[in-house]
Structures are given as structure tokens and as C-alpha cells.
Design a protein around this ligand. Structure first.
Ligand code: PA5
Length: 440
């Protein structure tokens, strides 16, 4: 089998060179932290596979899945859907449909409740904490919808993915005897796609979910089983590169995906990177970009804007032989004769990579052998581990997100949650400042 590769040929550009470093202390850190980094070894994977096999027939018996979840509970499932079950966005589709509610969009939710046939629908509520206001508010609206439309059978249309022991949703599971699967301890949202969080929708969609898990295991588990190999692991090399680049003023990381079907891994990666690394005035800004689409959008800035960017460039030769160009072509397009449509993707992929390098943008090329779920699992594990290790090198905790808590508290105060008086007065300080409006 052809291997996934990282190509470093154009990584050290932009005036930054690889400098030697003694990182051996991080081997000890990895050994100590392994128990709280379950995403790496996926110790729960075998049991999860067993559980999913038990639920598979049930999950696949529905035509629609309405997933209520936000952040890490939504971006992974959406990336998997778009990459491996894209039919819903294509003509003549009649397969399973996944609707992901990851916003507080009253009209969107109303429209889905008006149009989804409850008998054909499984509502999946995904929240590690079981206390996320956006998700729980949706649940509180969808629950009576199910109860009213399906008296007697509504429990059969709810599936909860949450903490094994605590939280509001776990209480709901116990109260109503609902089907559920746990999110393992210490597995935060953005590191949870390979748990029930991503795998319940993946099973519903009928994708190769086992391949995805196996691909991830092939990258993460050898390192977890032998932490002494840390400094040689591709995820460490990536982290060190990103860190050294950030030290040298490269403050933006482009995730440039030339596998069109994988473009939604961009938002998934950006949440992983931004929420993990934006702390204490540190971190680098992730930018999602899709080739070739963004050649006609963002690329000009990447090439000729401020020299503050580095690029993770993802591609695969898989589409090369698809869709031959017609034999009859106008005179000025004759050079396309004998080529496939896939050749155009391949040519533009190469040309953009070369141009980035020639413009001195440091590029690490994730050269994927194919577009399979197995390969995607490898990439996801590589990027998750690299994110954690970049955080370590930057001296920050990559698994929390303390800054966003403030906004959550202020919103709860605005909605009148008891005990929020202090937050309410902080909010009042803000609203007391008169607006400076300019009509347009
Ligand atoms: O990555 C994270 O930890 C967050 O983005 C969470 O996924 C998000 O806040 C939702 O949390 P929860 O799964 O507890 O509802």
C-alpha cells in the first residue's frame, strides 16, 4: 500500500531555517500526560467498534439524522459527511440525510421541524459536557416536537452522546431510558471526532468508519505505545516547524486542501488549531482554503500579501484519471486534448505548490496516497497530535479554552440565569456605553 507522506522539501523558506533543539524533556511530558490524552492511543476504540456494530442496524434504519451539537461536536461529523457521504449535496440523491444544527438559527430549526418526517428521523444530541446552551436549547425544543408527534415511540427517535456519568444529558438518558454512547473522559470536543461523537453519524451515513478509526490508530498508537519515539514522529516534526515559524513571525497557518471532497476538513482543522492554541497572547491563526477554488479568491493574498504565512498543503493523486476531455476542442484549447479533467486538478495542484515555494511561503506537503477514510483518519490523527505538541512548545495548555467562557457567562446573565448577578453587572457596564451610530 502506498504510504501517506510529509514532504519537507519546501518547508524551511521565508528566511527561517531549522535550528537544532533539545526537546528530550517532552518525551517525559508525553509519558506523564498519556493518560489524559486518550485521543492519541484511542484505548476505547475496540469497545466503541463493538458498540457501534450493535447499534448499526438501528442507526441505519432512519432516513434522516438531525444532529444537535456545536464546535467539536459538529465540525468533525460535517467534515466526514462532506468527504465520505457527499450525495446529499448532489443531484438525484435518495440516501441517508444528515442535518447538523450547530447554530442558534431560529428559522433553520423551525424549517427542519416543519419538514422532517418524525417517523423517519433520529435526533442525535451530542455534547460532552451536556451543558452547552446552544445544544441544550435545541434539545429542549426538539424533545416536545418528538413527544407530540410520536407519542408512545418518541424515545426510539433520540440518541444521546455525552459524558458517561454526569451532566444534564446523562440525567435525561437515565430519566427516559434513552439510547446513548459515552464520550470518554478527557476527550475534549475538538479531539473527539473518532469517538461516538463522529462515529454515530458516520455509521448512519454508511461510510467506511472502521477504516477511519484504523487509519488514526496507525498514526497515534505506535507513539502512545512507545513515547521514546516522540521526536521522530511526523506530528512532532510538524509541531516544531509550526512553532519555529511562529517564533520567526509567521503568524498564520494555511490549511490548503487540494482534495476537493475534503475541503470541510478545513473548518475542522481551524477549530482544532485556534481553540487549542490561541492563549496568553500566543498562537497562530489558521486559515482554511480549498484548491482550486481559492486560487480565485485567497491565493493572491497568500502569495503577495504580508510574509506572515506558512502552509499545510494537502493533496492526493486519486482523481487523476477521471473524466477525459472531449476529443473535439476549439483551436486555442487543443493542448487539453488527451488530458482528463483530473489532469487539470493535478497540474494546478503542482503549479500552486511551486508558486507558493517560489514566493517564499514555507510549505509542508501532506501527500496522501488516496482519498479513503483510512487516509483521512491518518491525517486527522497527525493534525490532532501536532496541535497538542505545538501547544506544548508554545508553553500553553492546548486542551482548554478559557477565554470563550466569559462570553458564555455574559449570555447566561443576559438570559436571567440565577446567580449571574456579577456577570449581569459586567454586561451592564458594556451596554451603558452609548452607541456611536453611523447610518448607511
Ligand atoms: O472543542 C471543544 O472543546 C469545544 O468547541 C466544544 O466542542 C463545544 O464547546 C461544545 O461542547 P460540548 O460538547 O460540551 O457541548
Amino acid at each position: 500500500m502506498t504510504q501517506a507522506k510529509l514532504d519537507w522539501a519546501h518547508a524551511w523558506l521565508g528566511g527561517v531555517s531549522d535550528r537544532p533543539s533539545d526537546d528530550s524533556s517532552f518525551i517525559e511530558k508525553l509519558k506523564q500526560e498519556l493518560p489524559v490524552l486518550p485521543f492519541l492511543a484511542l484505548p476505547f476504540a475496540e469497545d466503541l467498534i463493538h458498540q457501534l456494530e450493535i447499534h448499526e442496524e438501528f442507526l441505519r434504519s432512519f432516513k434522516h439524522m438531525l444532529l444537535l451539537g456545536i464546535g467539536g461536536s459538529a465540525l468533525g461529523p460535517r467534515a466526514l459527511q462532506r468527504a465520505f457521504a457527499p450525495g446529499q449535496d448532489r443531484p438525484n440523491y435518495d440516501g441517508p440525510s444528515l442535518w447538523i444544527a450547530d447554530n442558534v438559527h431560529p428559522e433553520w430549526l423551525q424549517e427542519h421541524l416543519d419538514n422532517l418526517v418524525p417517523e423517519d428521523t433520529l435526533v442525535v444530541v451530542v455534547s460532552k459536557s451536556g451543558g452547552t446552551i446552544e445544544t441544550i436549547a435545541q434539545y429542549l425544543i426538539v424533545l416536545p416536537w418528538l413527544q407530540t408527534k410520536l407519542p408512545g415511540t418518541w424515545q426510539e427517535h433520540l440518541f444521546i452522546v455525552t459524558d458517561a456519568n454526569k451532566g444534564f444529558l446523562r440525567d435525561e438518558v437515565d430519566k427516559y431510558a434513552l439510547r446513548s454512547l459515552p464520550v470518554p473522559d478527557n476527550l475534549g470536543g475538538r479531539y473527539s471526532v473518532l469517538s461516538a461523537v463522529g462515529m454515530v453519524p458516520a455509521v448512519f451515513l454508511g461510510m467506511d468508519w472502521k477504516g477511519l478509526i484504523q487509519g488514526a490508530i496507525s498514526v497515534g498508537r505506535p507513539l502512545a505505545e512507545n513515547p521514546d519515539t516522540l521526536l521522530e514522529h511526523p506530528s512532532w516534526k510538524l509541531a516544531r516547524w509550526a512553532y519555529q515559524m511562529s517564533e520567526a513571525g509567521k503568524s498564520q497557518v494555511i490549511y490548503f486542501c487540494y482534495i476537493p471532497a475534503w475541503s470541510t476538513f478545513g473548518p475542522w482543522f481551524c477549530q482544532l488549531w485556534a481553540e487549542s492554541l490561541g492563549k496568553d497572547g500566543k498562537g497562530t491563526m489558521p486559515i482554511p482554503a480549498t484548491g482550486v477554488t481559492d486560487q480565485h479568491s485567497l491565493l493572491q493574498m497568500f502569495l503577495d500579501g504580508p510574509k506572515d504565512k506558512i502552509c499545510l498543503f494537502v493533496s492526493s493523486p486519486a482523481n487523476k484519471d477521471i473524466l477525459p476531455m472531449p476529443a473535439k476542442l476549439p483551436e486555442q484549447w487543443q493542448y487539453l486534448k488527451g488530458h482528463t479533467f483530473g489532469d487539470i486538478l493535478e497540474a494546478e495542484t503542482l503549479a500552486t505548490r511551486a508558486t507558493l515555494a517560489q514566493k517564499d511561503v514555507p510549505v509542508v506537503h501532506l501527500d496522501m496516497p488516496d482519498e479513503s477514510a483510512y487516509s483521512a483518519g491518518k491525517m486527522m490523527m497527525l493534525l490532532e497530535a501536532a496541535t497538542i505538541f505545538t501547544g506544548w512548545l508554545m508553553g500553553i495548555n492546548p486542551v482548554d479554552q478559557p477565554a470563550v467562557e466569559n462570553g458564555k457567562k455574559l449570555a447566561r446573565a443576559r438570559l436571567g440565569m440565577p446567580g449571574s448577578e456579577e456577570d449581569a453587572s459586567r454586561l451592564a457596564m458594556f451596554t451603558a456605553i452609548a452607541s456611536k451610530n453611523m447610518e448607511f
